[in-house]
Design a protein around this ligand. Sequence first.
Ligand code: ASP
Length: 404
Amino acid sequence: MAKLFSLENLTLAAIVLGILFGYLLPDLALSLQFIGQIYLALLKMLIIPIVVASIYIAITGLTGADELKSIGIKAFAYYFTTTALAVSLGLVVFNIFDPGSGATIQVDNLATPHQQLPEAKELSFATFLLSFIPTNIFAALSQGAILPIIFFTILFAIASIYIEASKKQLLYNFFDAINDAMMVLAKWIIALTPIGVFFLIAATIGKSGLEPLFALSGYALTVLVALAIHGGIVLPAIAYFVGHFNPYRYFTQIKEAPLIAFSTASSSATLPVSIEVAETKGGVDKRVAGFVLPLGATINMDGTALYESIAVMFIANLAGVDLTLSQQIIIFLTATFASIGAAGIPGAGLIMMTLILDSVGLPNEYIALIIAVDRFLDMFRTAINVWGDLLGAKIVDQLLRRHP
Ligand code: ASP
């Protein structure tokens, strides 16, 4: 009985009921949206302290530079391999389903005026590198600029390894205490998940209804099938063959996190939950989870990478443009790059689309065509982003246990 009313089952029920509520009573769902937003704001409130404290204690808790190097290399190898696989899978599934064939739409016919389109920041390689370095760490903290904060925290933690032992212990205890307190807070907020999720989903459905899903069903289905193959087969296969554990059993232990990712469409907002379930239910070492998950939530987005590659191919088809092999290679590279640069917030992937369209010379206006289903797809791709991070944490954990 207790299991029936577990947080996971209640969350699942809240998703289903939220869809129904949003569809049947859209106005009421929209006016009650603030309840979901309160839940989201509470989760977001924890992001910066958790990222700083968990990365700090993860690094300083390691026995030395060798262990850090070992975790770092494994984590980055995993991030890169799985992102590359996701983009490739997106391209392959697109070519099989071919959802855009036959239909050509000219830019001039698009109803959406240019001003309404999202804009990506100018992102040259130099600005990309520079964007990692916070010239003012307090400004970065107050703006929630997550990559610079991570960059600073990693350097700060490494530097602390070299200071006097008693001072090192002091700093460690300080951040460890912050981390523990944040985890207690996270548990309280996580208990509110079914309520928050119900109102978030209801408002999403209330806003757009279910119709856009049918209008762009070929494209949406292609993305969903590719996401399902990646999350259900490719990633679990890596977990099984490289990490030597049963990924499906692991999923049942940590499923709360992908469910929350699905409902919030934000990897960053899900981070407190990901860390908590990985450690307490998934059996991942605190130091590994504290390092791999915050970094992963920011730079490892398989679902987003996969979606980017399919969306740009779909848009090229609608524009009547045949992409050459070299253009497809550019898409491969920019989709990887864009998924690393995308923030873990709703709609970030769509904003990064402009970057990829620019790289192959397609007009940004075409984004208007896929906006209608973007929020739906965002929920699924974010769930895969978070699932990918959690599998990564477990794989690195398992590898370290076998070859420390
Ligand atoms: N919403 C996604 C995330 O937070 C990013 C995206 O828009 O693809 O992981």
